[in-house]
Design a protein around this ligand. Sequence first.
Ligand code: GDD
Ligand code: MG
Length: 366
Amino acid sequence: MQEAIILVGGKGTRLRPLTNHTPKPLLSVAGSSFIRHQIAKLMDAGVEHVVFATSYLASLFETEFKDFTQDLAISYAVEEIPLGTGGAIRNAGNLLRGTDPDAPVLILNGDILSGVDLRALLATHRDHDADVTLHLTRVPDPRAFGLVPTDHEGRVLSFLEKPKTPEECVTDQVNAGCYVFRRSVLDAIPAGREVSVEQETFPQLVRNGSRIHGHTTTEYWRDLGTPLAFVHGSADLVTGIATSPLVGPPAEALIHPSADIDPTARITGGSTIGAGARIGPHTVIDRSIIGGGVTVAEGARVHESVVDHDSVIGGATILRQVVIGCHAHVGADNELPAQLRLACGIRIPAQGVRISGTAAACLTVH
Ligand code: GDD
Ligand code: MG
């Protein structure tokens, strides 16, 4: 039986306030919670049992899958105190059902959207009789990742998590957050304490001469851990740049059938519009995620942004690369700058914020 572990215990701090009430893997991406895309991909690769390594808002995962009827067994390894990525893998290993010490166990970070062929990754692992096989990818700026140089045969030479200096950036080849572990190697991770697989386990395994193999690919790959990456990942799924068994043919937008869209609205770039949302006349929604029950009023423009459920965006307001928490109310004629995150339930009055042009006259003060 092919088994897998998905690491989903992180707090998703870079995606606050979306992650204040919802763990990152349960956020909606191209119409489904992100973890459902991962599950579908695992099932396509022949996985029959998956263990979720949970911690932050753990019970919400069981709620999400309580009615799951597909042909996949799901177990939950809950950490009362987060055990770090290595500790989480070791802890989840207790719930694996197989007993073969050489069995290959697939392990995924819970925020990676990737076109990697998991069967090919498993085949590489088997062909090299590896202890651990890491999926690797190349990125323009490797500083936010684990650096993994390999030799000409793909053997991992070192593992350096989040390099600090330019001298440390010895390669643009990084850990893509998807591994195959030999079961006995997974079981050798120390139990019952916090362990970082990136800072402790991988460097140690390389040092002690274990067979650590890199499987480098050029397929689509994105870590959805930041707001911009999150909206781009979702849009890429809708437009077909990235694929998931759960997303239909490529489209300009994914609009819930219950949403009310004015015919003059332009919804482009792979945007998604949630259930019951109301999109007004002459609006532009580009490469964005609009949650359920959101209202976007006449003439508003939303670019590369997330508007969480039940919020209101006033007429002629402009959002560019911002994250709006749920139940927020942004009045008309605002212009919110990039990187801004609005807390859930916050209110911005009409004409409250502008970053270009002239602020409105101070009618009530002068
Ligand atoms: N169960 C559990 N417990 N899960 C955890 C814990 C924990 O204590 N800490 C983090 N996780 C989960 C997160 O939920 C996420 O799915 C995964 O582990 C990785 O954590 P991130 O916080 O997303 O790490 P990162 O993106 O900074 O770096 C990791 O991913 C990069 C690829 O995107 C590292 O593995 C890097 O080496 C890698 O390059
Ligand atoms: Mg991440």
